[in-house]
Design a protein around this ligand. Structure first.
Ligand code: HEM
Length: 187
């Protein structure tokens, strides 16, 4: 090979590598793969991780937010939080409190049990760090609880998800959020 041809070939290989490698990066706006079969979606400092458990028709969820107050995720609202299946919780004095709520309006929610429905969330774990200013909750919900105050979810379908957290030390189910966001992606 002549020197000129060798140079051309090196430039071509470098360009090809740039194009190929450049297209392999994670989509920063979409969910990414986590450990095992877990998937995760991060927006700002809020992380939503989930694992669909097909054998038990359940979904296991972990949410992490930069707050020592309440943290919440909502599934499939119509508008803002209206009709969303909301799971909201906080860690206080070492105990984990998680509640199954429903969006009763665009800016209001209440416990399913207060509305005549059922509490369909199984608490797995929760932790809070004042030093890192962070709360993590892990829980499991049925894909279809049958409760009119939950939303049936189908593995692989696209839904709107809402995420929010309260101010530090807002260890309750009722105060307004310090931060809220929404996103639409495939479960
Ligand atoms: C009693 C508690 C709550 C009150 C009073 C409340 C109130 C409001 C209000 C007034 C807004 C519009 C203005 C703004 O963006 O701040 C809003 C937006 C929003 N809320 Fe709430 N909220 C509450 C709880 C929640 C919860 C638990 C979630 C869900 C995970 C949530 C998710 C959202 C979302 C996604 C938006 C839209 C934000 C945006 O478009 O940027 N809210 N809420």
């Amino acid at each position: 090979m002549t020197m000129k041809l060798l140079k051309k070939s090196i430039i071509f290989t470098a360009l090809l590598a740039t194009v190929v490698l450049g297209s392999c990066g994670d989509d920063p706006t979409g969910p990414t793969e986590g450990e095992g079969d877990w998937l995760e979606y991060t927006v700002d400092d809020f992380t939503f991780e989930w694992l669909v458990e097909d054998s038990s028709n359940t979904i296991r969820v972990k949410i992490t937010a930069p707050s020592t107050g309440w943290v919440a995720v909502g599934f499939d609202p119509t508008l803002v939080m209206n009709e969303a299946n909301l799971i909201i919780g906080y860690v206080s004095g070492g105990s984990v409190n998680i509640r199954d709520d429903f969006g009763t309006g665009q800016f209001s929610h209440d416990a399913d049990t207060n509305l005549g429905g059922t509490n369909d969330v199984e608490t797995i774990s929760g932790s809070e760090s004042g030093t890192n200013v962070e709360t993590t909750l892990e829980f499991r919900i049925p894909l279809d609880s049958g409760d009119q105050y939950d939303k049936a979810l189908v593995d692989g379908n696209t839904y709107t998800f809402i995420f929010a957290y309260g101010n530090n030390d807002a260890d309750d189910y009722t105060s307004a959020h310090a931060w809220a966001e929404s996103a639409s992606f495939e479960l």
